[in-house]
Design a binder for this molecule. Structure first.
Ligand code: SF4
Length: 536
C-alpha cells in the first residue's frame, strides 16, 4: 500500500458531496467517523462558499463501534430530516463506515420518511471522487426524473438542460453563464442546470427539455445516456473549450435544436485567434507543452494547444481512468504515449524527463512545475483557492477561449521578461544592488543629460542609480561645456515611452550615435535614427 500526501481525487463520497453541495433542497446523511467533517473545509475554505455543505455526519467514534451504530445512523437521519426539511435525501457511508456494514439505505428506508430517499452505494476502495459524483447524479436523475406532463406551446423556442456542473468544479460557475449566453444567441433556452443550482423538483423536470448539453462528461455522461435511453433526449459530444471546439459545439447543438448556427458562427467573437497570431511566434510556435488533467480538460487542452496556439504537445495524460480511452485516442492522434495514472510522482518524473516549456495541469502539476522551474497554467480540478477567482473567468465558449489565451500565454511571457532582465543584467539600472526603480527608492537623475533638461527632469521614480546622481547638475553643466549632446524636451518625453528595462540602453546608444555624428541636440528624430542605426 502506498501512502500519499497528494491525491488527484478524494473518495467517492466527496463526489457525492460535490453534487449535494451544488444543489438546493437536498440533504446528504453520511455514516462517517468523527474527523470526516474535514470535507466541509473543501467547500467553505477552497471554494469560499458562504455556507456549510448540506451534509449531516453520524460522526461515530472508536468507542461507538462496540455499540449500536445502526441506531446512531437512524437517529441522525431523523434529526436531519426534522431540522433541514429537504425535498429529498441522499444516504450513504464513507470509507470507514463502509467497513462496519450498517447499510444506510436499508436503515433509512426502515424509518419511513415522507420524502424520496436515494441510497448511494459508493465502493470507496475501488472508485474515486468523479465516479462518486457521476453515480450520485445518475441515481438522483433515475429516482426523481418524471415524464413530461404538459404539451409545449407551438412555436416556443427549443430548450435544453445543462448537465454536469457541481460544487468544487473547475470554473463551473462561469462556464454555466458563458454557455447559457451562447445558447441564447442561438435561440435556445436553458431549462434546468443540474446538479449545480437545481433542487430535487428541478431534477424531476429534466425530461421536459428537447435535449441535453453535457458540460462535464465525468459527472454527467452516465445520467445523459440514461436520459437518452429513457426519454429520447439526445446530447452533445463536443465540449466547447477553445475556439475550434466552440464552433463545432455551436454546429452540434444547433443541429440538435433545429436552429440555424450561421449567425453565431459568423460572429465568433473570441480574441484568441488574433491574439495568438499577434504574439511573436518565438514565444508561442513550437513551444513544448505537457498536459495532465481530468480527461475532458486534457483532451480539449491538447486540441487548443496544437491547433490554436501552435504548441507541440509532448506529453498528455489523465487521472480519470473511466475516460482514459478519450485521452488515449488524442495521444495517438498526436503521436505520443498517453500517461494514465493517479500517482503524481509518475507525473512529476515524466515532466522532469520531457522538460517542457509549459505545463497545463491541475494544482498538482502547478506544484510540480514550480519545483522544476517551468511555467504552468491550471486547466482542471483538483482545484485550489485561487481557482475560484472573484472575477468572471470561464473556460468554455468564446469568452473562455480569451481566458485560455491569457492564462496559458502569460507564463511564457513572464519567461520573456526574465530573459530580457537577464540580457540587461550588466546595465547600471539592473545590477544586483540597484533599487527597484518603480518603487521610487532613488531620487537623483540617472545620467548627466537627464539632469540637464531641467524642464523635463524625470522624477526619482524613473531615475535610479542614486550613486551617480548626487552632483548631476554639476556634471550636466560640465558635459554641456565639453560638447556632450543635450536632450531636447520632446526627445526626453519620447524616451520615457520605452520600457524601463531597455530605456538605459536606448539612452546610451542614442548619445553614442549623436556624438559619432557630431549632433549636439538630441531630437525625437535623432532617437529614431539611432534606433534604426543600431537595429540594422
Ligand atoms: S473514512 Fe475515508 S474519507 Fe474518511 S478519513 Fe477515512 S479514508 Fe478519509
Amino acid at each position: 500500500m502506498q501512502l500519499t500526501v497528494w491525491t488527484y481525487e478524494g473518495p467517492p463520497h466527496v463526489g457525492a458531496m460535490r453534487v449535494a453541495t451544488g444543489m438546493s433542497g437536498l440533504h446528504y446523511v453520511l455514516h462517517a467517523p468523527q474527523g470526516d467533517t474535514y470535507a466541509d473545509l473543501l467547500f467553505t475554505m477552497i471554494e469560499r462558499r458562504d455556507q456549510r455543505p448540506p451534509v449531516t455526519y453520524t460522526t461515530f467514534k472508536a468507542r461507538d463501534l462496540g455499540s449500536d451504530t445502526a441506531a446512531l445512523f437512524k437517529n441522525t437521519a431523523i434529526e436531519a430530516f426534522e431540522r433541514f426539511k429537504p425535498q429529498a435525501m441522499l444516504v450513504g457511508a464513507s470509507c470507514t463506515a463502509e467497513l462496519i456494514q450498517d447499510d444506510p439505505g436499508g436503515l433509512a428506508e426502515a424509518i419511513g420518511l415522507p420524502i424520496p430517499l436515494i441510497p448511494l452505494e459508493l465502493p470507496s476502495y475501488s472508485r474515486k471522487e468523479n465516479w462518486g459524483a457521476s453515480e450520485t447524479f445518475y441515481q438522483l436523475v433515475r429516482t426523481l426524473a418524471k415524464p413530461p406532463t404538459t404539451e409545449r406551446a407551438p412555436g416556443s423556442r427549443p430548450r435544453c438542460n445543462l448537465l454536469g456542473p457541481t460544487a468544487l468544479g473547475f470554473r463551473h460557475r462561469d462556464d454555466i453563464i458563458e454557455i447559457t449566453a451562447l445558447l441564447d444567441q442561438l435561440g435556445i433556452d436553458v431549462h434546468v442546470v443540474a446538479p449545480m443550482g437545481a433542487s430535487p423538483a428541478d431534477i424531476a423536470r429534466i425530461p421536459e427539455a428537447d435535449f441535453n448539453v453535457v458540460m462535464y462528461p465525468e459527472v454527467a455522461d452516465t445520467a445523459a445516456r440514461w436520459l437518452q435511453r429513457t426519454f429520447k433526449q439526445d446530447f452533445n459530444t463536443t465540449i466547447p473549450i477553445g475556439v475550434g471546439a466552440t464552433l463545432d459545439f455551436v454546429r452540434e447543438v444547433a443541429a440538435l435544436a433545429g436552429v440555424d448556427p450561421e449567425p453565431v458562427l459568423a460572429s465568433a467573437p473570441s480574441r484568441l485567434p488574433w491574439y495568438s497570431r499577434s504574439v511573436d511566434s518565438n514565444y508561442l510556435t513550437g513551444k513544448r507543452v505537457f498536459i495532465f488533467a481530468d480527461a475532458t480538460h486534457a483532451v480539449a487542452a491538447a486540441r487548443v494547444a496544437r491547433d490554436e496556439f501552435g504548441f507541440e504537445v509532448v506529453g498528455l495524460g489523465t487521472y480519470s481512468r473511466e475516460f482514459a480511452r478519450e485521452v488515449r485516442n488524442m495521444a495517438k492522434e498526436l503521436g505520443i504515449e498517453p500517461l494514465i495514472t493517479d500517482d503524481y510522482l509518475e507525473v512529476e518524473a515524466q515532466v522532469a524527463e520531457l522538460q517542457p516549456e509549459l505545463v497545463l495541469g491541475t494544482q498538482m502539476e502547478r506544484h510540480i512545475a514550480k519545483r522544476l522551474g517551468i511555467g504552468c497554467a491550471v486547466i482542471s480540478a483538483p482545484v485550489h483557492v485561487q481557482d475560484f477567482p472573484a472575477r468572471y473567468s470561464p473556460q468554455m465558449g468564446f469568452g473562455g477561449a480569451n481566458v485560455l489565451f491569457d492564462t496559458w500565454v502569460h507564463p511564457l511571457m513572464m519567461g520573456l521578461e526574465e530573459h530580457l532582465l537577464g540580457m540587461f543584467r550588466e546595465d547600471f539600472e539592473f545590477h544586483a544592488e540597484a533599487a527597484p526603480s518603480h518603487l521610487g527608492k532613488s531620487t537623483a537623475a540617472s545620467s548627466p543629460s537627464e539632469a540637464s533638461s531641467t524642464s523635463t527632469a524625470p522624477s526619482g521614480a524613473e531615475t535610479p542609480a542614486a550613486a551617480e546622481g548626487s552632483d548631476a547638475s554639476a556634471n550636466a553643466a560640465s558635459d554641456a561645456a565639453e560638447g556632450e549632446p543635450v536632450w531636447l524636451t520632446d526627445a526626453e518625453q519620447e524616451l520615457k515611452k520605452i520600457p524601463f528595462f531597455v530605456r538605459g540602453k536606448a539612452r546610451r546608444n542614442t548619445e553614442r550615435y549623436a556624438k559619432e555624428k557630431g549632433i549636439l541636440q538630441i531630437s525625437v528624430d535623432t532617437l529614431y535614427d539611432a534606433k534604426a542605426h543600431f537595429g540594422r
